[in-house]
Design a protein around this ligand. Sequence first.
Ligand code: IPM
Ligand code: MG
Length: 356
Amino acid sequence: MNKTIAVIRGDGIGPEIVGEALGVLDAVAARFHHSFIYREAPMGGCAIDEFGVPLPDSSLETCLHADSVLLGAVGGPKWDSQPSANRPERGLLKLREAMGLYTNVRPARMFADLASSCPLRADIAARGIDFVVVRELIGGVYFGSHSTAEENGEQKAVDIMSYTEHEIRRVAHVAFQMARKRRGRVTSVDKANVLDTSRLWRKTVEEVAKEYPDVELLHMYVDNAAMQIVRDPSQFDVLVTENLFGDILSDEASQITGSIGMIPSSSMGEGTRGMYEPIHGSAPDIAGQDKANPIGTILAAAMMLRYSFDMAQEADTVENAVDAVLKAGYRCGDIMGEGCRLVGCREMGRLIREQI
Ligand code: IPM
Ligand code: MG
């Protein structure tokens, strides 16, 4: 198969980790006789430096015309003083919206070989961590109007949070369908005791649930959910929630696995084109030092193979290669454990390619 992949290397450690993921994709192409064509799409701080804006039109076009998008990470302190409409993050939001990527899926799974990195009490970790956060990605307060203005002699800022039924319904369907392929439980997270958007969320999710009588639906307030994720993560299978809550809970969910550097994510809309990225950030403090863990990005590439290109065997091969390298005791700094062998970003990439 021939596939065109838009490549957003981004900022900080982005270029290093993406470089290793492309190396792995090349190895997959060679072994399975595919051809992957990479098209560079500068975005983020590097695009601000070069083009003055975080998402140049040419990059947007490249992404819209590709079969899928692979992203490293964007942002960093260098661009913190940019006006809010021109921050690196804006590029990412604009791209998600333009591509119609309304569902973000972030698995929180503890790798058996990395259980010792789990920050939770051993008896809690022993019950296992294996759930997915399904986050609505192009609605809510992220995409409402934002303003800051003078009022009564002081500054006042306003961010509008809104949701329509169809925005809720489409992501709820994704969650229920996913639960069907997993352990059959959806936990919908909201703040329905306070917010109108949450009351509409809950009502709409309940309506969608009628189409999935085989899936169990629970509702949970977001504050309680934040607590339950550390108290007993084993209770979750598919957790579905709105944009801002999902942003927060997905960071929490990934951290309890002890390996935020290992976790990939997918953003999808209608159709098969998606955007795939590790869930961690651009880590400017270790950029350019060959210290970053490329596994999150490599597993994101595996997700792309599986969900956008329908290449299940190829995806399995990449995931098995990662498992094998971990089993052999190789670790990057973020997941280093006793008796393991510390390797850099490039060496980790090479070891994984070697398994393919
Ligand atoms: C994420 C990030 C982004 C978000 C930022 C960079 C805009 O935190 O992908 O979770 O908040 O969605
Ligand atoms: Mg986030």
